[in-house]
Design a protein around this ligand. Structure first.
Ligand SMILES: Nc1ncnc2c1ncn2[C@@H]1O[C@H](COP(=O)(O)OP(=O)(O)OP(=O)(O)O)[C@@H](O)[C@H]1O
Ligand SMILES: [Mg+2]
Length: 309
C-alpha cells in the first residue's frame, strides 16, 4: 500500500517469521549458535523458549536454512496438537517417507530403519516441534522415547522443542523429569532493549530498501515503550504507523502518530516496569540466553505449588 510512497522494495514489517529479516543481537546469535550446535553435534534434546512474539519460529527457520545444503534431514512439526499416531505419521511424511502402516510399532520400526540408513550415510536427522507448550503429556513422553533410537555411541534422532514460557513450566513437572534430564542445551529468545529496538527497526527498513529515516527518534522511543521490546509488537506498531503516515502523506513517522496507533491497538504508552517473569526471562539486562545443562541446576528442586498439569 505505502511501498512506493516510501520508496521501499518490500514490506519491512510483515508478521511472518521471515528469516531474511533476522536481525542478529547478542542473544539471537547465541541462541542460533546453540541450535546449530545442538543439532550438528547430535546432542539429543535442545530446547528453545521465549515469550510470545520474540522470534523463536524465525530463529528455528534460520537454523534449519543454515543446514539446507549440509547433510541434515528435518521434520518440522508446527502444530503439535496431535495424537501419537498422527504425530508419527506427520514426522515420517515430513522426512519424505510414505508410512507403510498406521500402527505405532510399524511406524516406529520404519523410522528406526530409515534413521539407521541415514546415520550410515553420515546424515543428521532432526525433528523440530514448534509451539511445544501445546504438547500433550502423552506425546511429550512419546517424544522422549524417540531419543532411545540410538546406536551404542550416538543419538539417531535430534529433537528441538520450541515454545513459550509455559513449556518451561511443563518441563518442570516431575512426571517429565526423565525428559528434562536429557535436555543438553537450552536457548532463549528475549525482548529487545531500547537501543536494540532502534537498530532492529532501522535494519528491517534497510533490508526493505529505505533510503531515509522513516521514524523520528521520539517515535522509536515510544515504539520501544509500547512494545516492551517484543519484535512482533514492534512490527505491528511500525506497520500501522507507516500506514498512518502514508494516509497523512508525511514522509516520517512522528511520536504523535505512534501514540494514536498504540491507543488504537490498546498498547500501553506509559513507562513500564519489565518483570522478567512477565517476559519469560526476556527483560534486560538479560541472563545468558544459552544454558548447557545448567537448566538442571536451576530446576533440580521441584517447586511445590507450581506443578499442576
Ligand atoms: N531477531 C529478529 N530479527 C528480525 N525479525 C524478528 C526477530 N525476532 C522476531 N522477529 C519478527 O517478529 C515477529 C514474531 O516472530 P516469531 O513468529 O518468530 O515469534 P515467536 O517467538 O515464534 O512467536 P510465538 O510465541 O507467537 O510463536 C516476526 O515477524 C519476526 O519476523
Ligand atoms: Mg512461533
Amino acid at each position: 500500500m505505502y511501498k512506493s510512497f516510501f520508496k521501499l522494495q518490500s514490506s519491512p514489517f510483515g508478521t511472518s517469521p521471515d528469516p531474511r529479516f533476522l536481525y542478529m543481537m547478542p542473544h539471537t546469535r547465541e541462541a542460533l549458535a546453540c541450535l546449530e550446535y545442538g543439532i550438528s553435534a547430535r546432542k539429543g534434546f535442545t530446547v528453545l523458549t521465549g515469550e510470545v512474539g520474540t522470534g523463536k519460529t524465525t530463529l528455528l527457520r534460520r537454523a534449519l536454512a543454515s543446514f539446507s545444503s549440509r547433510r541434515v534431514s528435518t521434520a518440522f512439526v508446527f502444530n503439535p496438537r496431535l495424537d501419537v499416531l498422527d504425530f508419527l505419521e506427520f514426522v515420517l511424511t515430513d522426512f519424505g517417507l510414505i508410512p507403510a502402516t498406521r500402527t505405532k510399532s510399524g511406524m516406529l520400526l520404519q523410522l528406526n530403519r530409515w534413521l539407521i540408513e541415514r546415520f550410515r550415510m553420515e546424515e543428521t536427522c532432526v525433528v523440530v516441534v514448534d509451539e511445544a507448550q501445546n504438547l500433550s503429556w502423552e506425546l511429550l513422553e512419546e517424544i522422549r522415547l524417540l531419543t532411545n533410537l540410538e546406536t551404542s555411541s550416538e543419538k539417531l534422532l535430534q529433537i528441538v522443542l520450541s515454545g513459550q514460557p509455559e513449556l518451561e513450566e511443563k518441563l518442570r513437572h516431575p512426571s517429565v523429569r526423565q525428559l528434562r534430564q536429557r535436555v543438553s542445551l537450552w536457548c532463549r529468545t528475549q525482548a529487545l532493549t531500547e537501543n536494540q529496538t532502534h537498530a532492529y527497526v532501522t535494519e528491517r527498513l534497510r533490508i526493505a530498501g529505505a533510503s531515509w529515516q522513516l521514524f523520528s527518534v521520539e517515535a522509536l522511543e515510544l515504539i520501544h515503550r509500547c512494545s516492551r521490546g517484543i519484535p512482533r509488537l514492534i512490527n505491528l506498531l511500525c506497520e500501522h504507523s507507516l500506514i498512518l503516515a502514508y494516509v497523512e502523506q508525511v514522509q516520517q513517522v512522528t511520536a504523535t502518530m505512534v501514540e494514536s496507533v498504540a491507543a488504537e491497538l490498546e498498547l500501553e504508552t506509559q513507562p513500564f516496569m519489565v518483570s522478567s517473569a512477565a517476559l519469560g526471562n526476556g527483560g534486560s539486562p538479560s541472563p545468558r540466553s544459552v544454558t548447557e545443562n545448567n537448566f538442571m541446576a536451576g530446576f533440580s528442586k521441584e517447586t511445590p505449588g507450581r506443578q499442576d498439569r
